[in-house]
Design a protein around this ligand. Structure first.
Ligand code: ATP
Length: 320
C-alpha cells in the first residue's frame, strides 16, 4: 500500500492528535504517503484532504482535540454520501483508510470495508469507553482525570458547608466515566445507566455516613441516567442536607492527554498502519489485558459492552 488516508470522526477525545502523529509517522517510516481528511466523513465526501508530513504532526502529541477537526456527518448515512466518499478515495489513489472515532465512526468504516472493499482500520477514540471489544478507548483516562480534578475541588467546598454534591459526568449510555471517577474521587455513591438506583438506599447511605462523622457527600451521576439538576431536585425532596448540582460538561473532552492516552495513541496508530502495510483491512485496534489487539470490525461493532460489576461492588464496599 503506497497511499493511505486518515480521519477523526464523532466526538473529539484527548489523544486523537497523538494517534494522528503515530499514524503519519509510521506511514512515512514505511515509505507511504499519508493524507489527512478534515472534519471526518464530511471531509471525505467533500474532498477536503491535506498531505501530511513528519513536520505537520510536530508539537501535537501533548494537545487535546484533533488537528484534523471532527464532525458528525448525516450524509455518510446515505448511499449517495457513501459513494461520494468512495469516489474521493479512488480519485486520490488512496488504498487504505484509518478512522479514529467511536462506535458510530466504526459503523461508517464498516460500510466502507464491507460494501465498497476499502481496507479500513478503526482506532477507538472516544472519552466514553463504551466499546465492548477493548478495555480502554483513547481519551477515557484523560477525561476521568479531568473529572477527578473537579470533584476534588467540589469536595473541599461541600465539606466546608456540609453539603451533598451531585456531579454529572459524560459517557452517553455508558457508566464507565462515572464508575472510575467515583472510585478515584472517593465518591460515596455513583448512579449509572447499567444499575437501577434506589433513592431510599441512597438516603440511607448518606445518613449512615453523616452518623459516622462525614461532613459532605459526593454523588457521581452518568449523563445517561438524567441531569445532575433533575437528580438533585429529587434528592432534595427526601433529605434535609443541602444538595448542589454540578455538570462538568465539555471541559472533560479537552486538555492535554494523560500518559496512558499517549501510550495508547502511539501503539494504536502504529499498529493500524502496520496492518494496512501488510494489506490487512476491516479491523479495529484495541487493548485487552494490557496487550494491543486487533479484531474484525463487524464482530467488534456487534459486541455488547459489559458493565464492570466487580468495580461497582468495590465502590459500594469502600465508600462510606
Ligand atoms: P462518540 O462515541 O465520541 O460520540 P462516534 O463515532 O460514536 O463518537 P457518532 O456521531 O455516532 O460518533 O458517529 C460519527 C459519524 O460516523 C456520524 O456522524 C456518521 O458520519 C458516521 N456514521 C455513524 N453511523 C453510521 C452508519 N451506520 N453508516 C455510515 N456512517 C455512519
Amino acid at each position: 500500500m503506497k497511499r493511505i488516508g486518515l480521519l477523526t470522526s464523532g466526538g473529539d477525545a484527548p489523544g486523537m492528535n497523538a494517534a494522528i502523529r503515530a499514524v503519519v509517522r509510521t506511514g512515512i517510516y514505511f515509505g507511504m504517503e499519508v493524507y489527512g481528511v478534515e472534519c471526518g466523513y464530511a471531509g471525505l465526501i467533500n474532498d477536503e484532504l491535506i498531505p501530511m508530513s513528519m513536520r505537520s504532526v510536530s508539537d501535537i502529541v501533548q494537545r487535546g482535540g484533533t488537528m484534523l477537526r471532527t464532525a458528525r456527518c448525516l450524509e455518510m448515512l446515505t448511499k449517495e454520501g457513501q459513494q461520494k466518499a468512495v469516489k474521493t478515495l479512488k480519485n486520490r489513489g488512496i488504498e487504505g483508510l484509518v478512522v479514529i472515532g467511536g462506535d458510530g465512526s466504526f459503523r461508517g468504516a464498516k460500510v466502507l470495508s464491507e460494501e465498497y472493499g476499502i481496507p479500513t482500520i478503526g482506532i477507538p477514540g472516544t472519552i466514553d469507553n463504551d466499546l465492548a471489544y477493548t478495555d480502554y478507548t483513547l481519551g477515557f483516562d484523560t477525561a476521568v482525570n479531568t473529572c477527578l480534578d473537579i470533584i476534588n475541588k467540589l469536595r473541599d467546598t461541600m465539606t466546608s458547608h456540609e453539603r451533598i454534591s451531585v456531579v454529572e459526568v459524560m459517557g452517553r449510555h455508558c457508566g464507565d466515566i462515572a464508575l472510575y471517577a467515583g472510585i478515584g474521587s472517593g465518591a460515596e455513591i455513583i448512579v449509572v445507566p447499567e444499575v437501577p438506583y434506589d433513592m431510599d438506599d441512597i438516603v440511607m447511605r448518606i445518613n449512615r455516613s453523616r452518623a459516622n462523622q462525614k461532613h459532605s457527600n459526593i454523588i457521581v451521576i452518568a449523563e445517561g441516567v438524567m441531569s445532575a439538576t433533575a437528580f438533585a431536585k429529587q434528592l432534595q425532596e427526601v433529605t434535609t442536607y443541602s444538595v448542589r448540582p454540578t455538570t462538568i460538561g465539555h471541559v472533560q473532552r479537552g486538555g492535554s492527554p494523560s500518559m496512558q492516552d499517549r501510550m495508547l495513541a502511539a501503539q494504536f496508530g502504529n499498529k493500524a498502519v502496520r496492518l494496512l502495510k501488510d494489506g490487512i483491512g476491516n479491523r479495529v485496534i484495541g487493548i485487552r489485558d494490557n496487550h494491543i489487539i486487533d479484531m474484525d470490525i463487524i464482530e467488534a461493532v456487534s459486541m455488547k459492552k459489559k458493565f464492570n460489576f466487580e468495580l461497582y461492588n468495590t465502590l459500594q464496599m469502600i465508600s462510606m
